[in-house]
Design a protein around this ligand. Sequence first.
Ligand code: FES
Ligand SMILES: [Fe+2]
Length: 356
Amino acid sequence: MLAGFWYRAMPAGRVHRNQLYKAMLLEIPLVVGRDRAGHPFALRDACPHRGMPLHCGRFDGEELECSYHGWRFDVHDGQCQLIPSLTSDQKLRVDRIYAGSYPCEEQDGFIWVYVPEPAPPGAGVAKPANAPDPAPQVEKFSEKYKLAYLTADMPVSVDHGIIGLMDPAHGPFVHQAWWWRSRHSIHEKQKNFEPIPNGFRMNAHTPSSNSVPYKLLRLYAAADSVTTTIDFTLPNLRSEVIRAGKYWFSSLTTVTPITRNQCRIEVVAAWNVFGWVPFGTELLKFVFAKFVEQDRRTMELQAEGLKHNPHLMLIDDADRPAKWYFQLKAAHLEAKRTGQEMKHPMAGPVTLKWRS
Ligand code: FES
Ligand SMILES: [Fe+2]
């Protein structure tokens, strides 16, 4: 679980003003909410006094009052505003006490939380950290577009969630459907990859015929005019952009570590196509939901097999992206340890071949 990055904490539509919600990221319990003006916030879900979960407190849309002894905190920077038990001659500096607070942003229908490294202490006098960059966004190529999301909990570590996501070889076995494909449609494929900062890119002018939006996009444009780019970047971002003339479909999928044995896959898609297809959005959501459910079910079963730490292997070329993921992660951690620039595990472009 990598700290020092933005993570999706909750779908924004589930977070209403003046209310408090529990969330968890990287085994850190959080209380998430929205102030009176609608701005989201995230605090460590433990009062710096004696650890009472802050989500049990009262919230007036501005300050959060702990339910145990009534200490009050500003929800955005976590600064303590009031300790009701203090008498007028007691000089404790209330304003130097902070509940751990996390940078928080709303982006493309999600509340994102920046988990700094090291994590802010639950109790104490630490001021909130600032995030070095804004939260990631789904790439968009026109003013008007539609947006939809899907979320699914997986009972496996974030590593298994991520390598499951980038694994090309499970498609014919896990994602079978009579209207889609069967294991008899397996054929040899060749894809070009290249290093990008913190990750790698798959470039294709003729996208994988297994890609859902690609099959739908072919309704709009000649197959050879469709291009697709899939990027993976640390810690957990997979972005896919498919373009056909003025039409585009773009998605940003994240695998969020909740605990060390639990992750959540979230797909947010934006597009300017399928406007004329009756129920286009519903159709797309249905197809995606089906795929994600097949993955979720598979990982649920896989978790059984992983319980007793069996030996595992990664093979070339189908598992090479998974190997790159582990190498990128190791390189990132090594760079942080030494303070030097990250050494990218890929020296240059690579072509991979597999059957799927
Ligand atoms: S535990 Fe929160 S005010 Fe005492
Ligand atoms: Fe899958």
